[in-house]
Design a protein around this ligand. Structure first.
Ligand SMILES: Nc1ncnc2c1ncn2[C@@H]1O[C@H](COP(=O)(O)OP(=O)(O)OP(=O)(O)O)[C@@H](O)[C@H]1O
Ligand SMILES: [Mg+2]
Length: 253
């Protein structure tokens, strides 16, 4: 397992947001975390990335304990979440944003005219090709469509060479066409590079379409885990979604 948690728990006061979670993410897989609003998905991700310290439990990345470490230390070990970052470099072009993300970990000043910066142009263009943004390399980052901005966010995360990429609801707010493009991108990244991807998602078509494993969170606890077919045929999962009044098209097949 590239990532495991054992008895991972987060309490806010007397409220338990993440409850005794045992999670195993196998290397090279696309593993999705689903569950109704408030199930604890984002809190779980924040425990993994070090934004929150757990109340109890363990997190291991490639066998090394990371629970309670600082976010930058966890990111350096290869567990990286893609955030909406395009606003961080509003005046840079798409290409320059990726160049900046590639050299940022070396802690050199972000001087765009240095030869050092130009030396990563090839690497940056290759990353843009991987996420399908070659044709907009010269555009200003904040002028891109919503879907393309999220693809750029993924490129910025990839620039740090993660071993495991976390995506918290990557298709949120996207049109059906953008959702399909993003789903395809995630699937292709995994297939062509073997990158392990852990993501949370509300769109069940996306989940069933690309996940190797699915974990279902409900009130902070994992109530089901398995292949798509196993989770779809789990009666408890059906009950949770029916109980939340999810629209029928979001129900498991
Ligand atoms: N910092 C915090 N302090 C107190 N309660 C919190 C905090 N963060 C989250 N919670 C609570 O923990 C629960 C889980 O929230 P979380 O955001 O992890 O759910 P989620 O599964 O990501 O939901 P959504 O699908 O809406 O994104 C919610 O009841 C939320 O109100
Ligand atoms: Mg959330």
């Amino acid at each position: 397992m590239i990532l495991s948690t054992r008895s991972l728990t987060k309490q806010f006061g007397s409220f338990t947001a993440v409850d005794d979670v045992d999670l195993d993410v196998a290397e090279g897989t696309i593993h999705s975390i689903i569950g109704p609003n408030g199930a604890g998905k984002t809190t779980l991700f924040r425990l993994l990335t070090g934004v929150h310290a757990p109340t109890a439990g363990r997190v291991t990345l490639e066998g090394a304990e990371i629970a309670g470490r600082k976010p930058h230390s966890i990111a350096r070990k290869g567990l990286v979440q893609s955030f909406q970052l395009t606003s961080v470099f509003p005046r840079l072009s798409v290409l320059e944003s990726v160049q900046a993300a590639i050299i940022a970990p070396t802690r050199r000043p972000l001087d765009l005219v240095t030869r050092y910066h130009r030396s990563v142009e090839g690497e940056a263009r290759a990353l843009l090709a991987r996420v399908g943004l070659e044709s907009v390399a010269g555009s200003q980052a904040n002028s891109l469509s919503h879907g393309d901005q999220r693809a750029l966010d993924i490129a910025l995360a990839l620039a740090t060479k993660p071993k495991l990429l976390l995506l918290d609801e990557p298709t949120a707010g996207m049109s059906p066409a953008e959702t399909q493009k993003t789903t395809q991108l995630v699937s292709e990244l995994n297939r062509t590079t073997g990158l392990t991807i852990l993501f949370s998602e509300h769109d069940m078509d996306v989940v069933w379409g690309i996940s190797h494993r699915v974990s279902v969170l409900h009130q902070g606890a994992v109530i089901a885990e398995g292949s798509v077919a196993e989770v779809q045929s789990n009666p408890e999962v059906m009950t949770v979604y029916l109980g939340e009044g999810e629209p029928l098209e979001k129900l498991p097949a």
